[in-house]
Design a protein around this ligand. Structure first.
Ligand SMILES: Nc1ncnc2c1ncn2[C@@H]1O[C@H](COP(=O)(O)OP(=O)(O)OP(=O)(O)O)[C@@H](O)[C@H]1O
Length: 306
């Protein structure tokens, strides 16, 4: 049984068997423009859902709607009652001139039990860094500190906005292994945001590709058994990474317009676009880049080059 929507347009889900968070046909509009529209999304306990899409495609906006930070202007956003969320945002504002140790940073926002903070620091491998100044940490260490801080809350849902940013390839693999380990240990749901359009965490149950709406969704393909990927990534990486093959029936043009499968061009995506399942290539998102309009295909090359 669900309670009715409150004044914020955010429904509270009463039943423990419902998903942790649910978005139904949800959208956010600013200054007459839909940042995202028509988004259906649910995350169950223990499930890993990865949102992918190019820069500005609405991934963070979607996550913020799911968390209730942003109110949908259309559709609904529902969360389980008393849902505990661990959120690692894309950007963290810190006054780097102030001395701040890792141990203090763990308690900076919100109350966290010391025992939970210690356990989280151990699990993310940063316990030995607890007396270190946050400003001296490497990118990978700082991401692990953010993860530890989110975990110490013992969340039902962990929301990670680009957790592997600023982290090198082996650090990325280590972080993905850690995130999977957290899910296995505490059984929380995980909503992961990534701008890598092709390579996702292998433990991902479902991938949603956003570009102002859900362009396509499905399960990634495991690459662990592929000799080609083992050669490219190494054995450990191939076991941790998977490939997502897109399936779109329309093309996003560099000027923001959309070409549909029947050849017509419209100013924006229709909310009813997408929602396709299955996996095959044969689509192209053309995005403006310094060199021209080669967004996705270029990213694939970049990744293979690593
Ligand atoms: N408050 C706002 N007012 C107007 N436009 C906004 C606002 N917040 C975000 N946007 C715009 O909405 C679009 C989606 O932003 P969002 O941060 O959700 O994208 P994203 O997919 O997470 O991007 P990135 O990969 O670059 O982090 C962008 O074009 C952004 O400029």
């Amino acid at each position: 049984m669900r309670s009715s929507c409150d004044l914020d347009g955010v429904a509270i889900v009463a039943q423990d068997t419902d998903p942790l968070i649910t978005l139904s046909r949800a959208g956010v509009e600013r200054a007459g423009r839909w940042l995202v529209r028509g988004v259906d999304l649910a995350v169950q306990p223990g499930e890993i859902v990865t949102l992918i899409g190019p820069n500005g495609s609405g991934k963070s906006t979607t996550a913020k709607m799911a968390l209730g930070i942003l109110k949908p202007d259309e559709g609904t956003s529902a969360r389980r009652r008393d849902l505990v969320v661990g959120y690692v945002p894309q950007k963290v504002s810190i006054d780097w001139t102030l001395p701040l140790t890792v141990a203090r940073f763990m308690h900076l926002t919100g109350r966290v039990d010391q025992a939970d903070a210690d356990a989280a620091m151990k699990q993310t491998g940063i316990h030995d860094l607890r007396s270190a100044e946050v400003r001296t940490l490497s990118g990978g260490e700082f991401q692990r500190v953010l993860l530890a801080r989110a975990m110490a809350r013992k969340p039902d849902l962990l929301v990670l906005d680009e957790p592997v940013q600023g982290v090198d390839f082996s650090g990325e693999i280590a972080l993905y292994e850690m995130i999977k380990g957290i899910r296995d240990d505490i059984g929380c749901g995980i909503l992961l945001i990534s701008h890598d359009l092709h390579v996702v965490m292998a433990a991902t149950d479902r991938v949603l590709c956003l570009n102002g709406h859900i362009c396509c969704q499905g399960t990634p393909t495991a690459v662990a058994s592929s000799v080609e990927y083992q050669t490219l990534f190494g054995k450990r990486a191939a076991a941790t990474l998977a490939v997502y093959e897109h399936d779109h029936d329309h093309t996003h043009l560099p000027d923001g317009r959309v070409r549909h499968s029947d050849g017509t061009v419209t100013d924006s995506c229709h909310p009813q676009d997408g929602h396709h399942h299955g996996h095959h290539h044969g689509h192209v998102h053309t995005l403006p880049t310094a060199e021209g309009v080669d967004g996705i295909e270029r990213e694939r090359e970049t990744h293979h080059a690593r």
